[in-house]
Ligand binder design. Structure first.
Ligand code: AMP
Length: 388
């Protein structure tokens, strides 16, 4: 069975083609700068190509993808299903669904909760429905994995009627990633997922931490939108809401300017003044830049704080797993986070942490709490959902 996975952003379209008979990735690539000057690149094993070309909209980008995919589909096979990454599934979607006009309308309506993501996801879906009218298309929601979060953990302290009226509650994100790395951690530990208490730390440009009990999400650091939780590349993470009032009044900012400030100018970038890229933060911190040191330390502190609170939520923890760009690659962040978790029984294997690569355990064999690194694979998870 061949699955095409699409992830449409505001100016990009990522694509992956899987042969799900053996979960083999046949082709991956991305159309970028859609609506600007246009660029397209792809790779298939050692082969690949990169070119500049006009891409006025998602449909134009998808036409490039279709032509490429048609030329790469193995003899006698064709695409059986398209899986779409959709950021927000609102209160309704606790599972992946076949896309119907009603589902598409819901995805558009949930732009209320994900104004930066859902409109682009919907645009990508519309283009794909036109391009592949006879192939079933599935929406896989970032929020779906977190539908198991209990009411008391997803409720905000605002008047109940307002929360009900507008669906204001914690939804959580990176669901495909947390589900994927939780399942891989169980395999690394050679124990059934349904017996484990896990804390999964997706630390990248966007970051979230999740408490996973017996394979189900019990709590996560992101909220109604992907703005809450630990600080991120350019997103502020958890704030006292009164800060918004102060900025509106003193800086004369309107709603749009505040949204931009908190989403695009805050986090590691806003604090350091150096970059949103953690490699550059680490490099500047090594050279003694005090704001880069502060940004690095704050991220480390935030992650550790969520691990501590989720150990309390889960009443203990069997393993802590790091994933995404920073979680997978920064051995220093992992070491710094784990260096203050002795009280939980975390004993890091410094060599395995620093020198190994890829999916592995990085705790000492006798560590009461295992620590793992698992590179995430959200695209494969979407393909699996589409097949299911
Ligand atoms: P993601 O959003 O998962 O692609 O992660 C992007 C983040 O991972 C960026 O902040 C990168 O700087 C960071 N990152 C990637 N490679 C490394 C590395 N080798 N060391 C530290 N951070 C890294």
């Amino acid at each position: 069975m061949l699955v095409l996975v699409l992830n449409a952003g505001s100016s990009s379209l990522k694509f992956n083609l899987f042969d799900m008979t053996d979960e083999r990735l046949l082709l991956e690539g991305m159309a970028e700068r859609i609506g600007v000057d246009g660029a397209f690149h792809w790779s298939a094993g050692a082969e690949g190509e990169q070119r500049e070309l006009p891409l006025p909209d998602q449909s134009a980008a998808l036409r490039e993808v279709m032509a490429l995919v048609a030329s790469r589909v193995p003899e006698g096979k064709s695409i059986n299903v398209v899986g779409h990454r959709v950021v927000h599934g609102g209160p309704k979607y606790g599972e992946s669904v076949l896309i119907t006009p009603e589902v598409l309308a819901d995805i558009e309506a949930y732009s209320l909760y994900a104004p930066l993501h859902n409109p682009a996801n919907a645009q990508g879906i519309r283009a794909a429905l036109q391009a592949y009218p006879d192939i079933p298309q599935i929406a896989v929601f970032d929020t779906a994995f977190h539908h198991t979060i209990p009411d008391y953990a997803r409720t905000y302290g605002i008047p109940y009627e307002l929360a009900q009226k507008y669906g204001i509650r914690r939804y959580g994100f990176h669901g495909s990633s947390h589900a994927f790395v939780a399942a891989r951690t169980a395999i690394l530990l050679a124990r059934p997922l349904r017996s484990l208490k896990l804390i999964t730390c997706h630390i990248g440009n966007g970051s979230s931490v999740c408490a996973v009990l017996h394979g189900q999400s019990m709590d996560t650091s992101m909220g109604m939108t992907p703005l809450q939780g630990v600080i991120m590349g350019t997103r502020c993470g958890t704030l006292d809401p009164s800060i918004v009032d102060l900025l509106i009044e003193k800086e004369h900012l309107d709603y749009r300017a505040i949204t931009e400030l908190l989403n695009q100018k805050s986090g590691l970038l806003g604090i350091s003044g150096v970059s949103s890229d953690f490699r550059e933060i680490e490099a500047a911190a090594d050279q003694g830049n005090p704001r880069a040191i502060l940004a690095r330390d704050l991220l480390t502190y935030d992650v550790r704080k969520f691990i501590g609170s989720y150990a309390a939520v889960l009443d203990g923890v069997d393993a802590i797993t790091f994933t995404a760009g920073i979680g997978t690659h920064s051995s220093r962040l992992r070491a710094e986070v784990c260096s203050h978790l002795d009280y939980l029984g975390v004993a890091l294997d410094e060599d395995a942490n620093r020198e190994g690569s890829g999916e592995r355990l990085i705790s000492q064999p006798g560590s009461k709490v295992a620590v793992a690194v698992v590179p995430t694979n959200e695209e494969l998870m979407i393909a699996r959902e589409a097949v299911k």
